[in-house]
Design a protein around this ligand. Structure first.
Ligand code: ADP
Ligand code: MG
Length: 405
């Protein structure tokens, strides 16, 4: 809930976004395109009055030398945060397996989890506040979607509340989407109350036509999840900048407890902008490569650099302004444990694993009033320790459940 407030505050602070991303957008075309749309929308005036955030903040347990453990944030996902649907189904899988093994007591300890319901309630609230009984939710879908059942869980929850979801691609929007004179959004003749992006979070998902469609959606008065500012608030550069001393206090004035809770989850985050601070961060990473991760402004797993690859990249980037499109992060070292990763085609055997815990957050703002701010469930992903990077979609991690002891 603290992170919901923080993301929402950042998304409304154009000065902060502009300053923070100024060096990044010079060297990262993708972030620059998003920023361009942001500027265009600001210039024209923001038409939407209802704002919807469906976030997932991801953490790992940092294991310190003295044996203490603390949850440290890996990143926050403000666009297309996935697996809320599937994570709602996995408790039943593990309970079933344990029951088959006659471990009834253990089965009862698996935590219940239903993020799809909470995510849908957020969309439903935004839909309701938009205030048009016949309007639909437009889910921006990929042409070939492997994770459709994750999305269907949310769609079905909405349908149970008599809210209809239409699935369209960016291409469909550019061909058949339109705005009326009040910037109401229409898709195939139907008014759209909420746009829910499950596409458009990496560069390869955009061509010129898709960028046009994104701009059209952003200019509309439909509630976007996320709007372009909130997507930018989820960039790794913003995450790094938020860790600077004193910044949280500025963004969340009068909320020292929230600030302290947020700060406690921050790992070491370092700017690579040109200058002394960036030079020093690079020198430290080169001296101890196993303690750092190099991150570009990308989502979806598989983009970060570790170890020898990171060293090579840093050597190359060191003297070029391109380095500003990356950030450096302290590498979190959770304590490994033995577990069995079940995947098709490979035998079940116990391997050393680490887990990453995601917490789903939902918020809805109408004008300047936050009308909903909740956490709605969790996602546990577990992977073998030999994989530095990568989530479930990247084929590395598996869906899991926390087992409280
Ligand atoms: P993406 O947006 O691509 O998901 P992440 O920052 O979540 O980027 O990184 C992808 C994966 O890399 C994470 O799921 C995690 O397994 C690993 N990872 C990222 N940052 C760190 C870190 N600081 N320490 C340890 N592992 C990390
Ligand atoms: Mg991630």
């Amino acid at each position: 809930m603290d992170f919901n407030m923080l993301v929402d505050a950042v998304s409304q602070n154009s000065t902060f976004l502009e300053q923070t991303l100024s060096s990044t957008i010079k060297k990262d075309d993708y972030t620059a395109r998003l920023f361009d749309i942001y500027k265009q929308v600001l210039k024209e005036g923001i038409a939407q009055t209802v704002f919807l955030g469906l976030n997932r903040s991801d953490y790992m347990f940092q294991c310190s030398a003295d044996g203490s453990k603390a949850l440290k944030q890996i990143e926050i996902n403000t666009i297309s945060a996935s697996f809320g649907g599937l994570a709602s189904r996995t408790p039943a899988v593990h309970r079933h397996v344990l029951n088959v093994l006659k471990k009834t007591k253990e089965a009862a300890k698996i935590l219940s989890n239903n993020p799809s319901k909470g995510l849908a309630l957020g969309i439903a609230k935004a839909w309701e506040l938009y205030g048009s009984a016949n309007a639909v939710v437009l889910l921006i879908a990929q042409e070939k979607e492997r994770n459709i059942f994750d999305q269907r869980a949310i769609e079905n929850e909405l349908l149970d509340r008599n809210i209809h979801v239409i699935r369209r691609r960016f291409e469909d929007v550019s061909e058949r989407g339109s705005l009326d004179q009040n910037r109401k959004l229409f898709m195939d003749g139907q008014e759209v109350a909420v746009v829910y992006f499950r596409d458009g979070y990496i560069p390869s998902q955009y061509n010129p036509q898709n960028w046009e469609a994104r701009l059209l959606l952003e200019r509309s008065c439909a509630a976007k999840c996320p709007d372009i500012a909130t997507q930018l608030a989820g960039t790794k550069k913003v995450q790094q900048e938020l860790s600077r001393v004193g910044l949280l206090e500025v963004l969340l004035p009068g909320q020292p407890e929230a600030v302290a809770r947020l700060r406690a989850t921050f790992a070491g985050l370092y700017s690579l902008d040109m200058g002394e601070e960036g030079d020093q961060a690079i020198a430290e990473a080169l001296a101890a490569p196993n303690h750092f991760v190099l991150k570009p402004q990308r989502e979806g797993g598989g983009n970060n650099l570790y170890g020898e690859e990171m060293v090579q990249a840093l050597e190359q980037l060191k003297d070029s302004e391109e380095r500003a499109s990356y950030i450096l992060m302290e590498k979190i070292e959770p304590e490994p444990f033995g577990n069995c990763l079940l995947r098709p085609g490979s035998p079940a055997r116990v391997v050393q694993c680490i887990s990453e815990l995601g917490i789903f957050g939902v918020y809805v703002r109408q004008g300047t009033t936050l009308v909903m701010n909740e956490h709605v469930g969790h996602l546990l992903r577990t992977k073998a320790i030999e994989h530095a990077d990568g989530g479930v979609a990247a084929g590395v991690a598996v869906l899991d459940n926390p087992y409280p002891v």
